[in-house]
Design a protein. Structure first.
Length: 117
């Protein structure tokens, strides 16, 4: 009987959980998850409609660090961003927001996951 009750309540629990579905917006601070010590990429994003803008900082292990500007779009769950680095380089991030706190995709040719702080 407990199993039947649990199975009946499972869809309700899933429907009420925001953590299992893409976020309605990407507002906030997002940090790249790097395995290389000393590397970082942090973006502060603001969304209006589907348009996204923001600023950020980066550090390359044993390399330069600096600031960046971000422009792009978020059409749930797809996110497309262009990162304009202070060095003059532009790199595209194309990915998906997988839940309220995570997005995953490619930055240039490299896989990169972000977590909302």
């Amino acid at each position: 009987m407990k199993l039947v009750r649990a199975l009946l309540l499972l869809p309700l629990a899933i429907a009420c959980s925001d953590s299992l579905f893409p976020a309605d917006n990407v507002n906030g601070t997002w940090a790249g998850k790097f395995t290389v010590p000393g590397s970082s990429l942090v973006m502060s994003l603001n969304q209006g409609g589907i348009e996204v803008g923001g600023t950020g900082t980066y550090a390359i292990e044993a390399g330069r660090s600096g600031t960046l500007q971000v422009i792009g779009t978020y059409e749930k769950p797809a996110v497309r961003l262009t990162l304009h680095y202070d060095s003059g380089t532009d790199i595209a991030f194309v990915g998906m927001v997988t839940d309220q706190s995570h997005m995953s995709g490619t930055l240039g040719a490299n896989q990169l996951d972000f977590e909302r702080r």
